[in-house]
Design a protein around this ligand. Structure first.
Ligand SMILES: [Zn+2]
Length: 94
């Protein structure tokens, strides 16, 4: 399946891994998530994470004990961290 750029609708989007800085839900600090699946569009030069992935990261940060996160963490390690809650009480979109 060809990826389509969320910004310019062209389909030359490349899948790369990049570091992103993310503010924790409690706003106390920001962490660096390395190896994050990222899209890069050569047509409009946008480098971004898909909306789905952003939601996944935000959900995960709500569900885990953020105090356990080091300042720098890999995406894979972050997604593997044990969840504290059975469901996401903070997701009001559903
Ligand atoms: Zn684009």
């Amino acid at each position: 399946m060809k990826l389509v750029c969320e910004w310019c609708d062209k389909s030359n989007v490349e899948e790369i891994e990049a570091s992103v800085y993310w503010e924790l839900p409690d706003g106390t600090r920001a962490i660096e998530i390395i190896g994050t699946p990222t899209h890069r569009c050569p047509d409009c030069n946008m480098v971004y994470q898909s909306e789905l992935l952003i939601k996944e990261i935000e959900n995960q940060l709500f569900l885990i004990d953020c105090k356990q996160i080091e300042t720098v963490i890999t995406f894979a390690a972050l997604m593997k961290m044990p969840k504290l809650l059975k469901r996401n009480y903070f997701d009001c979109s559903s």
